[in-house]
Design a protein. Structure first.
Length: 144
């Protein structure tokens, strides 16, 4: 899983939202249910209801591609994301970019103003999740 939109709230009726939505929940969770029920590593009862929506399927090492996909996703789905933003019970929306750590002294990842403007207008937070390099990874380039 690559870049995802996470939307949640204690009283967010995710099923009601998705019933008439063009967005498809990659993962849907409901308050009071066990989160990751099939996992042998992580299981917990969810305090929130919500969903994750796939924004990009690019590799963790391809932040530039993820950024391009995210700008496209936010632009194409703007009306539906505004409906989600204003849906009763929704408390939080974040766009989470998984980024592969590079073996460099100083790692810098740049997010374009167009993306930041779209996120701000929709009241969507920005999250960067760092992951260890995938074995065999060669791309050590920045997003600039």
């Amino acid at each position: 899983m690559s870049c995802v939109l996470r939307a949640s709230g204690i009283n967010f009726d995710v099923d009601s939202f998705l019933k008439n939505s063009s967005l498809r929940g990659l993962t849907v969770f409901r308050r009071g249910e066990v989160h990751f029920p099939n996992s042998t590593v992580t299981q917990y009862v969810s305090e929130y209801s919500g969903m994750n929506v796939s924004v990009s399927t690019r590799e963790f090492s391809d932040l530039k591609g993820q950024l391009e996909d995210a700008v496209g996703f936010l632009s194409v789905n703007g009306c539906e994301l505004r409906r989600l933003r204003d849906f009763p019970g929704l408390e939080r929306m974040d766009l989470d970019f998984p980024v592969e750590d590079r073996d460099v002294v100083f790692q810098r990842d740049v997010f374009p103003p167009q993306l930041l403007m779209l996120l701000g207008g929709l009241r969507i937070g920005l999250v960067v999740s760092r992951y260890p390099p995938h074995s065999g990874a060669r791309d050590q380039s920045s997003t600039e």
